[in-house]
Unconditional design. Structure first.
Length: 272
């Protein structure tokens, strides 16, 4: 199991105003809170420590107990010193349960693969991809393309059911919406800059596809193109004829009106 550091109670109270004969009472109080424990040493003695022969035991504190003692008894300066010197130990202690849980999951996966070596090749490829990217994530080297591969692998892992009841699609839709909404201010700046440049020929704007590409994020267009069945495999004629609709959707969804049609439609909708 994980090694848990313990701190000698006598050391924690040694430079305080608490009298030595009162130390056991303080130790017992912290022990009731689960922050200290008394350990008996029946088979050996400690050199340099004054421990009664009849009671060969010592009080020890956990890292949480150390901090509690510091903030209840120490001066402000001493508290700061404790924070500076022991924050890494506290972080390590708090992460131990998570580390243990991760190890258990990995051992379980290893056992499962050992008991069923004939697992589907496609499943094994997905598992390998996930493990590789977990390794990159732990090292701090995970890149966007790695995350893309991982997400796609999980999305395609199985048929997730009806679009009307899929919690996965709802979650993805929520995340996309939040990302697109966060981009609104930068889109507005682009649109305003475009309007300033084209103020003299606002009625003679570039084609819809060119406008969408220049002013709106590629991801928004990609979503709508595939949603409307206008992906790259579609005929150019159909795509050309329906792109003005796609542009209108982008204008309304982003609250940035550019074309005359968008302004007219928006006015008629608002008036109603």
């Amino acid at each position: 199991g994980p090694v848990i550091p313990l701190y000698l109670g006598a050391d924690l109270l040694s430079n305080t105003d608490i009298r030595t004969e009162n130390h056991p009472r303080y130790h017992a109080r912290f022990a009731k809170k689960g922050l200290a424990t008394k350990i008996n040493f029946s088979s050996f003695r400690f050199n340099g420590l004054k421990v009664p022969a009849a009671n060969n035991s010592l009080w020890f504190y956990s890292i949480q107990g150390l901090f509690r003692v510091a903030f209840e008894i120490y001066s402000k300066q001493e508290q700061l010193a404790v924070l500076e010197n022991f924050q890494q130990s506290l972080q390590t202690e708090q992460s131990q349960p998570l580390v243990s849980s991760v190890r258990q999951k990995l051992h379980s996966l290893d056992d499962q693969l050992s008991s069923d070596p004939q697992s589907c090749t496609e499943q094994l490829e997905t598992v390998l991809l996930l493990l590789e990217n977990i390794n990159q994530y732990i090292k701090g080297n995970l890149e966007e393309k790695d995350a893309t591969e991982t997400v796609l692998a999980l999305l395609k892992a199985k048929d997730w059911g009806s679009v009307y009841s899929s919690s996965l699609l709802s979650c993805v839709g929520c995340w996309l919406g939040q990302q697109f909404h966060a981009a609104n201010s930068s889109i507005s700046q682009k649109v305003e800059g475009f309007k300033v440049q084209h103020i003299e020929r606002i009625s003679d704007l570039p084609p819809a596809e060119e406008l969408a590409t220049e002013l709106f994020p590629e991801a928004m267009q990609t979503l709508l193109l595939h949603w409307m069945g206008l992906s790259e495999e579609s005929s150019l004629e159909k795509r050309h004829s329906e792109y003005p609709i796609l542009l209108l959707i982008l204008e309304f969804a982003n609250h940035n009106l550019i074309t005359g049609v968008a302004h007219v439609l928006y006015s008629s909708l608002i008036c109603k």
